[in-house]
Design a protein around this ligand. Structure first.
Ligand code: AMP
Ligand code: GLY
Length: 423
């Protein structure tokens, strides 16, 4: 089958690498892709938000399956669009319709949904610009730190966790005055949950779900979880505290009610659900839903998945997931992200990357790279994800760090303590 994968990050390189291994995959196109996905298929310079263009490409190249990497096209309705095109009969889209993508696209919707289906999450209230005063009253009724979230997508910057009440009131005012444009026309204020985070992933056909490996993401730029929030500086899978007892709670209290709730709402959901969870004294709470895989989590979980991923996708898109069993390797995978100097703030691009040919024993997934005159150069903040398997986390980390040391580009840095809290 001919497959189109949308996206350009480390998640998409890992997906492309996994899709390429399937005997069902004939041609793989990646739009727009990066210097790493070039090795797995054909990169195409398509704007994934131009749905008509994507649809025409699918028609012209006889694409049977579209795998959507990032959330933005899903929130904007690419799955509905492609499924409704008369000249693309039976096209399989991995990713929910617009209605389902609201789980990530609207925090207010997600919170409402969790309340309605009794899914554990932080207590909250939503405010509009007219309700600023009520928002201040609500903030004053909470204990610090204060968690303030723009309702809509804000390029990963829409969440503020503040310790000072005055700063929290200011942040609420700025968000409600349009700090993130339409995305902060509504603002969710919620209770702070204290615990340790993990990322849980399922695939679903709307009725049946299957658990993928879980992972822990390291979001802060600095060692010891200090410094600015980033897209993710590394990941480890599996997560030791996600044992049978904990995961049973996750399934019973969170995953099953979510799948049933979507059905109850009449939402057809064929895709990934990423549960951003907080483990609070052994009990899981939902911090957020995402309607896609995580990055860098994908680079740690996909190497552990032993199934043919295209077969799994086909089962999701045709309502036959109940016939599939997930097989997961017992190996540990540790991912270290090599990033540009200055990231997550201002950074420069276009630096040549050296040492890629010296890598032995790790997989290097490209995140922000491009091919320029036959050379691989940096083109983003997060540049490369170095993933290794091992029998233990220590073994996997040692291999990733050994290979990270052999790669270099101007300004490159990485966290040297991935997995530190799990040891
Ligand atoms: P997000 O940008 O939605 O991924 O959220 C950023 C981060 O804010 C999360 O990964 C958590 O670390 C933190 N966060 C969000 N909501 C809460 C909460 N209710 N309690 C504690 N931390 C939170
Ligand atoms: N690593 C977190 C995310 O992909 O949202």
């Amino acid at each position: 089958m001919n497959i189109l994968l949308l996206g350009s990050g480390g998640r998409e390189h890992a997906l492309a690498w996994k899709i390429r291994q399937s005997s069902l995959c004939e041609a793989l196109y990646i739009a727009p892709g990066n210097a790493g996905t070039l090795k797995e298929g054909t990169n195409v310079g398509l704007n994934m938000l131009d749905f008509a263009l994507v649809g025409d490409f699918c028609r012209d190249k006889n694409i049977q399956m579209v795998v959507v990497g990032p959330e933005e096209p899903l929130v904007k309705g690419i799955a509905d669009y492609l499924r409704s095109r008369k000249d693309l009969p039976g096209i399989m889209v991995i990713g929910p319709d617009k209605a389902g993508a609201r789980l990530e696209g609207s925090k207010d919707f997600a919170k409402h949904f969790m309340m309605k289906y009794k899914i554990p999450t932080a207590a909250y209230k939503t405010f509009t610009p007219e309700e600023y005063e009520a928002g201040v009253q609500f903030l004053r009724s909470l204990k610090p730190p204060y968690v303030i979230k723009a309702d809509g997508l804000a390029a990963g910057k829409g969440v503020s966790v503040l310790h000072d009440l005055k700063e929290a009131e200011q942040e609420l005012e700025q968000m409600l005055s349009g700090k993130f444009g339409e995305a902060s026309n509504r603002v969710v204020v919620e209770e702070f949950l204290k615990g340790i985070e993990l990322s849980v992933f399922v695939v679903t056909d709307g009725t049946t779900y299957r658990l993928l490996p879980e992972a822990k993401d390291y979001k802060r730029a600095g060692e010891g979880d200090t410094g600015q929030n980033t897209g993710g500086m590394g990941a480890v899978s599996p997560v030791p505290f996600a044992d049978k007892v904990f995961m049973k709670k996750v399934e019973e209290r969170i995953i099953i009610p979510t799948i049933l709730g979507l059905k109850e709402e009449g939402i057809r959901y064929q895709g990934f659900i990423f549960f951003g969870l907080m483990n609070v004294d052994g009990n899981p709470y939902v911090i957020e839903y995402n309607v896609r895989l995580g990055d860098p989590e994908s680079e740690a979980i996909l190497p552990r998945l032993e199934n043919d991923i295209v077969r799994l996708f086909e089962a999701m898109a045709t309502g036959k997931l109940r016939e599939e069993t997930i097989r997961i390797s017992s190996d540990v995978v540790a991912t270290v992200m090599l990033v540009s100097g200055g990231y997550p703030g201002v950074y420069r691009k276009g630096f040549e990357i050296s040492g890629l040919d010296e890598v032995r024993g790790s997989m290097v997934f490209h995140a922000g790279t491009a091919m320029l005159n036959g050379k691989v150069v940096t083109s983003g903040g997060r540049v490369l994800a170095v993933s290794s398997s091992g029998r233990t986390m220590e073994e996997a980390l040692e291999m990733s760090y050994a290979n990270a040391r052999s790669i270099s580009f101007e300004g490159m840095y990485y966290r040297r303590d991935i997995g530190f809290d799990l040891k």
